[in-house]
Design a protein around this ligand. Structure first.
Ligand code: MLT
Length: 264
């Protein structure tokens, strides 16, 4: 992987393909590997830049609570280092929360953006409590048991039983999340504000993707705006992980969206 320093931390990233630049962000306890099946379907036409977020994968995991804004600033610093004035930014789940912070503060750096199994809503009060429990759990028991419990909840129930190889690989990726990175990122998600107004105010082309069987973020939490610049797509049979559960369909959806972005 390639490396740059963002805000004093090493951020590792993959840079594959040629064409208009596309930045793909992964979700919580994931890594750039989450996009490994989709990138080959896009890289003939697009330059795909896929970082490991701070606290994840091979990137540095500083101690303490992170903020979604810091994680968004890492994306902007990566773009600066690569001398990319504008990209299309697509974020999976946590990556979508980061995407909306980029939209809010650096909209002029985007050609368009997408939220894949993500939401502009903040955590509910119950959700905030669960973040604290997750952090204590990771601090007390380590990352392995946390990841073992979390990963099966990301996939549609049929896929959990039919594709143990997906579950095992997603767990392997999750185990490589440093505990302080998982805790720092959980705090970032807990503290993120309601950004429904950011989403609805944007005039950029927007892609919203939901999984029909997503048990983490339901369709109504993803589809919070219905206006002409917004494309809404539900992936049938998919849970929270269409990059794995339906990579061809997700890549087709993204390609159609990118064609729209380019025609603007
Ligand atoms: C993710 O996949 O990034 C997380 O499930 C998002 C969250 O916990 O809110």
């Amino acid at each position: 992987m390639k490396k740059i320093i963002c805000d004093g931390n090493t951020i590792c990233y993959k840079d594959q393909g040629q064409g208009e630049p596309l930045v793909l962000l992964h979700g919580f306890c994931g890594s750039s590997e989450y996009w490994d099946q989709v990138v080959p379907l896009l890289s003939d036409r697009y330059r795909c830049i896929v970082p490991d977020l701070r606290g994840h994968g091979s990137s540095d995991a500083p101690m303490g609570a992170y903020t979604i804004e810091q994680m968004a600033d890492d994306v902007i610093q990566l773009m600066d280092a690569l001398e990319l004035p504008k990209v299309t930014l697509l974020g999976h789940s946590l990556g979508g929360y980061i995407t909306l912070s980029v939209v809010q503060r650096y909209s002029n750096r985007l050609n368009g953006f997408g939220m894949i199994h993500s939401t502009a809503y903040p955590d509910s009060e119950e959700g905030k409590e669960k973040r604290l429990l997750a952090i204590s759990n990771i601090q007390a028991n380590g990352i392995t048991s946390f990841v073992d419990n979390m990963i099966p909840t990301l996939f549609a129930p049929d896929h959990v039983s039919d594709h143990p190889e997906w579950i095992n690989l997603a767990k392997e990726i999750g185990y490589r999340t440093p505990p302080q990175g998982a805790c720092g990122s959980a705090m970032a998600m807990r503290e993120r504000p309601d950004r429904r107004d950011v989403l609805s105010a944007s005039v950029l082309p927007v892609l919203l993707v939901a999984g029909e069987q997503d048990g983490i973020i339901s369709q109504d939490k993803t589809f919070t705006v219905d206006q002409p610049n917004v494309t809404q797509v539900t992936i049938a049979g998919s849970g929270h992980m269409s990059m794995w559960e339906a990579p061809d369909q997700l890549a087709t959806t993204i390609t159609i969206f990118l064609d729209q972005v380019q025609s603007k």
